[in-house]
Write a protein that binds this ligand. Sequence first.
Ligand code: SF4
Ligand code: SF4
Length: 453
Amino acid sequence: MSTADIDSTYPLELDQPRFSVKNPELRYDKQGDMPDAQRVETAMRHFVKDFGAVAATYMESCIHCGMCAEACHFYVATEDPKYTPIWKLEPFKQAYKREAGPFAAIYRALNLKKKVTVEQLEEWQELLYDSCTLCGRCTLICPMGIDIASLVGLARHGMNQAGLVPHELWAVAERAKREGSPLGATPKVFKERCEWLADDNEVEIFVDKPQADVIAAMSSIEIMKYPESIVATAKILNHLGLNWTFRTDGYEATNFGMLSGNSAWQKDMSMKLIDATIAAGAKLLILPECGHAYGAMRWQGANIYGKPLPFRVLHISEFLAENTKNGALKIKPLGKTLTFHDPCQVSRRGGAIEAPREVIDGLGAELIEMHDTKGLNWCCGGGGGVVTIHRADPIRYQAFQIKMKQVDDTGAEMLVSSCSNCRQTFDDGQDHFHWDKTMLSLLELVADNLEDK
Ligand code: SF4
Ligand code: SF4
């Protein structure tokens, strides 16, 4: 066996008494030097602060049927009861019952709900961050319609305030706040990339036009890892003859403030995009192939702005669908079979289920659906920031095997999706398992098959 055959992700421990695989150390991350008692108090205060009427109703309505367990890829992959979705909300629930629920005074007086300890919060860090992609599959299955993904998102606010966020996620969110992009795609880097991509691909890429009808945004993964998406976006918008531009004061659609649970950072990132679109006088903001960017702007943008947005917001797949249906996009037929991975935040959480299918139809490809598809599709396991957390790799790879089987069962020639975060998770999984399937981007597939005008 050559060294190339050894999986470098889990190197063999040759110094051990017997061959073994080194497991990543279990570790809990803390930011800042707040005393433990203050961390607990801060987390609880913010858990309680986030209880609106809706959260409180959810807390009271669980009938403990356990159905959500079978909906969650992390439970299904491990069969470990601690990954049951509703269990992930335990600290939130405990804070609610002890501090805010209808019997809170009794619970406190009789100490029926004990005060949460920092050790418990550290343990829950893994449940709230490493093993929840905020995919919302459990919500669809729950007979009471409890929106566990949203509640996990709210619980992350308390964890963030208490400085109890997995380090990588906190670090990329902090970098995004400081530099404007989680992966170092500063305005200067972005502009330079656009310039060399335009030269290399002989395509016009507009940056910082003062006025435009359409503003396009990108995700940091695309800018740094899949820059061909920038080229594809430009090719399509030019093909349609639109007056469009990227803007260096608002190009980054990724929102790690939302994923890490920091509402102030979330607002800051969203407002950059909103302000840039308004400054250009644009009537349309096109969001990139990034699931959580879609949720952050399409469904939360107006709340953050405080009133209806003065422009339309579309995910790129919705934009492509509109222009496929109205005949504006001229695409050469592909004549292949393909299967489509629905990104949770766009399809299940966002409702844009038919848009990619309309584009695939326009591509002249035969779509072979997976066995659980559309709103019930299984998550890739890397959303919600999970793909950034190294210690979550083992459980993420376990969950990814559900996805691999789904794809393999279709027998389709091509695998396509429209989320760069899923794409990164698939690329990583493909590498880890030496899998023979590569995920392609729907956006790039369209751009590569445009008819000459
Ligand atoms: S939102 Fe998704 S990952 Fe999170 S608990 Fe529910 S099914 Fe599991
Ligand atoms: S499926 Fe809904 S009601 Fe049943 S245990 Fe899960 S959260 Fe509670």
